[in-house]
Design a protein around this ligand. Structure first.
Ligand code: ADP
Ligand code: MG
Length: 323
């Protein structure tokens, strides 16, 4: 039996989401073929051995790990499910690569690029994949000269919609830049697309790519906000969504192309904005370690293709173990 270590938690805004994802992975992993243990990284960045009490981290037995590399090397494979900062942006991947520790998901190069909205856009546009028009923020004067209201302000390397806002005038612009700067030194300004938010899941299975049907987020407000995602659950997730067959096929083709261009591996959820009024498809972002919670889009979309939670986990693990 292969020894698997689930690594979760981490110092990002998606800490709680990671706990939920890890709990599901732990519950559904096929224990007849894998031995499984968990490693919890606290918000303060301390690494702990963890009993299996996912319900309440505060009352679980945590044992601090002192020699982290030696500890990681006891396992055949790491299932890293830290979303966002440090787990999805190439930092942990670099550590694993330096010490020859096998892990699921893409390498540090792909993780770094896909977490950075500016780099993702440059790479995709350079390969003929359309993303929204944008500028890298320099100052207010330059922004007003080059972009029209409404604009979308985003930290370049954020996630969970933190620091993302739509602005309609200079006052809102100034306020939103200040807010976005709390999350990143690099800010991107995009044209606002009034359209549908569509998502596609990709799973690598024996070198083949399974490209799912499309899911749709029907947002409660202007944007799919942090509160919508994790607190109020007011947005609607539709799986599969009803959409014109040609559009669906085009989006699936773009998703596959983007997966390959960015050198994604194992799994990804690729998000789009679709403007029906002029039939334009924009790739919005690539999530290299999508959520595995009960309400996450990634497992929902792959269940439509016939993959259970357990199948997904087995395929993702075997994909690495056999590579
Ligand atoms: N160019 C845009 N036009 C309209 N809405 C957008 C645009 N970019 C992002 N949004 C909205 O903001 C949300 C968060 O933006 P996104 O780029 O996905 O950042 P994050 O990485 O934080 O999830 C999206 O889910 C969507 O609702
Ligand atoms: Mg997003």
């Amino acid at each position: 039996m292969k020894n698997i270590l689930i690594v979760f938690g981490g110092n990002s805004f998606e800490h709680e989401v990671s706990i939920k994802s890890a709990s599901n992975i732990h519950n559904y992993i096929d224990k007849t073929i894998f031995n499984v243990n968990n490693l919890y990284i606290s918000k303060e960045g301390i690494w702990y051995e963890f009993d299996n009490n996912f319900k309440d981290i505060n009352t679980s037995k945590l044992k601090k790990i002192y020699n982290i590399i030696e500890y990681l090397k006891r396992y055949d494979l790491v299932f890293n499910i830290i979303h966002g900062y440090s787990g999805e942006d190439g930092k942990l991947q670099s550590l694993f690569e330096l010490f020859n520790i096998k892990y699921i998901g893409p390498d540090s190069y792909c993780s770094f690029i896909c977490m950075n909205k500016i780099l993702t856009k440059l790479l995709l546009e350079n390969n003929g994949i359309k993303t929204t028009n944008f500028i890298i923020f320099k100052n207010i004067k330059d922004t007003i000269k080059n972009m029209k209201f409404p604009m979308v302000i985003k930290p370049s390397d954020g996630g969970s919609s933190c620091g993302v806002s739509i602005v309609n005038n200079i006052i809102e612009l100034k306020r939103s830049i200040k807010e976005a700067k709390k999350y990143s030194d690099n800010i991107i300004i995009e044209e606002y697309i009034k359209g549908r938010e569509l998502e596609c899941a990709i799973l690598e299975n024996n070198k083949d790519l399974v490209i799912s049907k499309l899911g749709e987020i029907v947002v409660n407000n202007d944007i799919y906000s942090y509160e919508d995602k994790y607190v109020t659950n007011k947005s609607l997730l539709i799986t599969p969504t009803l959409i014109n067959y040609t559009v669906e096929n085009s989006i699936k083709k773009i998703a596959k192309k983007a997966f390959n261009i960015c050198k994604c591996k194992g799994l990804a959820r690729i998000d789009f904005l679709y403007d029906e009024s002029n039939n334009k498809i924009y790739l919005n972002e690539i999530n290299t370690l999508p959520g595995f919670t009960d309400i996450s889009m990634f497992p929902k979309l792959l269940s439509l293709e016939g993959y259970s939670y357990t199948d997904l986990i087995t395929i993702i693990l075997n994909n690495e173990l056999n590579s």
